[in-house]
Design a protein around this ligand. Structure first.
Ligand code: XUL
Ligand code: CO
Length: 437
């Protein structure tokens, strides 16, 4: 019997439904601002938290009893059971996409050649599943942080042999992602950072990472991968200082290494908040810098300071982020990946389903609210009006570079300028959001 045999297929039943096995807001074909909910959200289930994590924490062992035995040595047989369960669940949820790391899905390997063999085995099986179910790959990635060889980083390791292992893994997974028709390839610098400056040469490590990313981009073009390459920012955890701290930091890195037109960001909510940023700040910054790629949707816990990866459950919080996503034109190749895990006590198959159903409905509700805000137009109108002065002769001359500092300063002096503060209307605008979310 399959692990999800008792779970019915989940479909849209509307807000009157009291069934926990139904979408109350996510109506995949419903048009919102001229595009279906499915195409706006492009949501994905992640393989790692849902199928590979055993439910352990730093004080306790795994709590999840699944037929594929997460946390135990992975044979090809167990990898197959896991793959079957994963695609069964994706299909029951009507998930359009999934995401995975190489090691989430493959059987254990002994050496570098064994790694390649196991990856090939699973890639062929996944290709068949994609074909059978129509569930697509939103992104693939290589895990460059769990194995002990990566304790001091992958591309930023002081040992170039570790860099070479990482190159092999990324080349393999980039090629598998391409073969599976993946829409993106993600690099999260899990240990690309350092624990103590006492043993670290930051400049050297950044140059190593810059070379690595350039090699990845060159290889993408060599094999003809059409998807986007995405860096996923995170400020710390597992290392104390991570180089991909947040979107603005990643942009500086991309500029320095000539990659700003090649690489975008995969923004994760709980990483943004760990960096002391809001989720919407990260999206608006990525829009402004033209590097908005994709989103790992989850949430942290405001009372503690680590990456709890909980499923989103607060519509008001996600609405403003959704508004900025839509204002920036929405997703191109990206989507919402549920990089989220159920709590350790949520041990049943049902719990995995409730988590995703709730998360998808939160996204659907915030999409409806954000679309209503856009149709209403008051917020955008206010912001446009706030910058209207920049459309004057002075504003234009400053912005197009035709005025020097002297000219602008003399203008202030001659005109005896005395600008007064103008209300930013924050409280009014907060009330406005509460009308929709
Ligand atoms: C870790 C994290 C990763 C990446 C992929 O915090 O978010 O799961 O999304 O490596
Ligand atoms: Co993530």
């Amino acid at each position: 019997m399959s692990y999800f045999a008792n779970i019915p297929a989940i479909s849209y039943e509307g807000t009157q439904s009291k069934s926990p096995f139904a979408y109350r807001y996510y109506d995949a074909d419903k048009l919102v601002l001229g595009k279906s909910m499915r195409d706006h959200l492009r949501w994905a289930v992640c393989y790692w938290h849902t199928f590979a994590w055993p439910g352990n924490d730093i004080f306790g062992a795994g709590t999840f009893e699944r037929p594929w035995k997460p946390g135990e040595p992975v044979t090809q047989e167990l990898a197959q059971i896991k793959l079957d369960a994963a695609f069964e669940m994706f299909s029951k949820l009507q998930a359009p996409f999934y995401c995975f790391h190489d090691v989430d899905a493959i059987a254990d390997y002994k050496n570098i050649a064994g790694y390649s063999r196991e990856l090939d085995v699973i890639a062929d099986k996944m290709a068949a599943k994609i074909e059978q179910t129509g569930v697509q790959l939103l992104w693939g990635t290589a895990n460059l942080f769990s194995h002990p060889r990566y304790a001091a980083g992958a591309a930023t390791n002081p040992n170039p042999d570790v860099f070479a292992w990482a190159a092999h893994q990324v080349r393999s997974m980039l090629e598998v992602t391409n073969r599976l028709g993946g829409a993106n390839y993600v690099l999260w610098g899990g240990r690309e950072g350092y624990d103590t400056i006492l043993n670290t040469d930051i400049g050297h490590e950044l140059d190593q990472l810059g070379r690595f990313m350039n090699m990845v981009v060159e290889h993408k073009h060599k094999i003809g991968f059409k998807g986007a390459i995405l860096i996923e920012p995170k400020p710390h955890e597992p290392t104390k200082h991570q180089y991909d701290r947040d979107t603005a930091t990643v942009y500086g890195f991309l500029k320095r290494y000539g990659l700003e037109n090649e690489v975008k960001v995969n923004i994760e909510v709980n990483h943004a908040t760990l960096a002391g940023n809001s989720f919407e700040h990260e999206i608006a910054t990525a829009n402004a810098l033209d590097i908005m790629g994709s989103i790992d949707i989850n949430r942290g816990d405001p009372q503690n300071g680590w990456d709890t990866d909980q499923f989103p459950n607060n519509v008001a919080e996600t609405t403003l982020a959704m508004y900025h996503l839509l204002e920036g034109g929405g997703f191109d190749t990206g989507g919402f990946n549920f990089d989220a895990k159920v709590r350790r006590q949520s041990v049943d198959a049902e719990d995995l389903i409730f988590a995703h159903v709730g998360g998808v409905d939160v996204l659907a509700r915030s999409l409806l609210a954000a679309a209503a805000m856009i149709e209403d137009g008051e917020l955008k109108g206010f912001v446009d009006q706030r910058y209207a002065g920049w459309r004057s002769e002075l504003g234009n001359k400053v912005m197009n570079g035709s005025a020097a500092l002297d000219e602008v300063a003399d203008y202030a002096l001659k005109s005896d300028l005395e600008p007064k503060p103008i209300s930013g209307r924050q409280e009014h605008l907060e009330n406005l959001i509460n009308r929709f979310a």
